[in-house]
Design a protein around this ligand. Structure first.
Ligand code: EPU
Length: 337
């Protein structure tokens, strides 16, 4: 177990930002993790998972602890269901593929989401009509101050849209070490309400899709819209989709008759931030080595060599313009560090 000094985090964040960590360690087992937490000469610690939901805007002075805990195991099963535990450092998509290969259903709509298992509950990852919370049973976490292990059940997590207790009152206090999922072994519940999935399956002439077919459709849709972080640095959706009062939405419709929306309640409507950003003229805009993705305006990209501050400033310009044009405040989804 050795702490490295002054190392670049470029390969540890999907934005590919070349920011330095003053002190860095990667831990592959809970014993090492506990030992690192004991190090009193590094009081401030930053926990790093897959680095897929962060924008590094400066050198990190805290001790950066990269969670590299691996392992997948079946805890119990019957004829219909299986309870699978995955350790926090497992790559999310590789875990999804592992489940599909066992014919375990529930995660197929969440195929190809960047990041690791241990960070998935923090923002309750979601795509194509499914969220992590739908299959989540519990997660184990270490309380950083006391080093006690705590199990968070689903009802403890306050899951919401891109939100959980780990972004609220428990923020920065716990390290997630593993997540337990309840998946189906048969009679899989397929989620195909999302229009793009049905049209993708139709275009492939698939009438009776399997969970693997759904996964392949999701992969095809994602690959057509979202940049591969291994090729172009990005962090997926940079902003959350805002929820606005219905009265405000009706007013906007007077000027923008094509504005899309999802009904949230009697009084509230969710508007796709990607549409607002596109209407504001930013889609596909390139500013030197960074910009807004050409197929999905929600995604800010680093073409190589951009700094976190460049991207942060672009995000602020987008927020200001959207505010001015639509009187809507859009909130960053990624963590700015
Ligand atoms: N839209 C535009 N222009 C754009 C992008 C989108 O007009 O540049 C419009 C589309 O035409 C469509 C609507 O916005 O009417 C929705 O677009 P899309 O289906 O691409 O979904 P999204 O709301 O933009 C969300 C998630 C994605 C997730 C997709 C699919 C958030 C912040 N983002 O995007 O998640 O993959 O739905 O479920 O909720 C991520 O979190 O990193 C992510 C990629």
């Amino acid at each position: 177990m050795q702490i490295q000094q002054n190392i670049s985090l470029k390969n540890y964040n999907t934005f590919g930002i070349d920011a330095k960590a003053k002190h860095f360690i990667s831990v592959a087992n809970t014993e090492d993790l506990n030992n690192v937490l004991d190090l009193s000469n590094y009081p401030d610690k930053l926990i790093l998972g897959g680095g897929s939901n962060m924008l590094l805007t400066q050198k990190q002075d805290k001790l950066v602890i990269h969670i590299n805990l691996k392992g997948i195991s079946v805890e119990k099963e019957d004829e219909d269901y299986v309870f699978v535990r995955a350790n926090a450092g497992e790559n999310w998509h590789e875990f999804v593929v592992w489940c599909l290969n066992q014919n375990y259903g529930g995660l197929e709509n969440l195929s190809l989401i960047p990041g690791n298992v241990g960070t998935a509950p923090i923002q309750n990852i979601g795509a194509y009509g499914v969220e992590l919370k739908d299959t989540f049973v519990s997660c184990d976490a270490i309380h950083m101050a006391s080093k006690e292990t705590k199990t968070f059940l689903k009802e403890d997590c306050n899951f919401g849209y891109r939100n959980s207790i780990f972004k609220q009152e428990a923020k920065g206090k716990f390290i997630l070490t593993s997540v337990l999922f309840k998946l189906t072994k048969r009679n899989h519940r397929l989620h195909m309400d999302y229009g793009a999935i049905t049209s993708e399956l139709e275009s492939q002439n698939i009438d009776n899709p399997t969970i693997k077919d759904i996964s392949n459709a999701v992969i095809a849709i994602r690959e057509s819209k979202l940049p591969n972080p291994k090729v172009i640095g990005n962090s997926g959706s940079f902003f959350k989709n805002p929820v606005i009062p219905k009265a405000h939405f009706i007013k906007l419709q007077e000027n923008f008759s094509d504005i899309p929306s999802y009904i949230i309640s009697e009084a509230a409507v969710k508007v796709p931030a990607g549409w607002l950003i596109e209407k504001a003229g930013f889609k596909g805009k390139r500013f030197g080595n960074y910009g807004v993705h050409k197929n999905q305006a929600l995604v800010l990209v680093n073409y190589g060599g951009a700094s976190g501050l460049d991207i942060l400033n672009l995000s602020k310009l987008i927020q200001k313009t959207v505010q001015r044009l639509f009187d809507i405040s859009i909130e960053a989804e990624v963590n700015i560090l």
